[in-house]
Design a protein around this ligand. Structure first.
Ligand code: AMP
Length: 147
């Protein structure tokens, strides 16, 4: 998959949603629900200090019976966030996500957060590339038969 992260961000945009470490889990869940997303970034000012996803909620809050209104995102987030750059390809993204067993990758361009790529974006990019290949082959076959 030679599509780049830059191309993906060009079509989906570079909007990211973030909370501070002091936000409660409930506030993070409300943001995820209102934006229809599965993860929020955790920022202190402009600094990316963590990521909190639905999986963190399921495994670190729900299963342990913690209160979403009392628990803070800072205590439950994953602090060492793996990021990618716009020049990475979808192949790179697939391999990073598979190796690390996560579905969200923030994009950092020259030190600045410029978007996030999710497993859903990867699936869309793969389908688009397959469709383009099928289109090319169909045109080739149609041309071949016509001549
Ligand atoms: P996910 O599959 O994205 O819901 O995430 C699964 C686990 O990996 C959760 O504990 C997340 O906090 C963590 N995680 C998700 N994305 C990243 C990332 N880019 N870097 C580090 N950890 C992550």
């Amino acid at each position: 998959m030679s599509t780049t992260v830059q191309q993906v961000l060009k079509s989906k945009g570079g909007v990211t949603h973030a909370v501070t470490p002091t936000a409660t889990v409930m506030q993070a869940l409300e943001l995820m629900a209102s934006q229809d997303i599965g993860a929020v970034l955790v920022k202190e000012g402009e600094r990316l200090v963590g990521i909190f996803t639905e999986r963190d909620y399921a495994r670190k809050v729900a299963i342990k019976g913690l209160s979403s209104r009392d628990a803070t995102v800072g205590d439950l987030m994953t602090p060492n966030v793996c990021t990618i750059t716009p020049s990475h390809t979808i192949d790179d993204v697939m391999s990073i996500m598979t190796q690390n067993r996560f579905r969200h990758l923030p994009v950092v361009d020259h030190g600045k957060l410029s978007g996030i790529v999710t497993i859903g974006d990867v699936v869309k990019a793969v389908i688009a590339e397959h469709e383009a290949t099928i289109q090319q082959l169909s045109s080739y076959i149609a041309g071949d038969i016509a001549t």
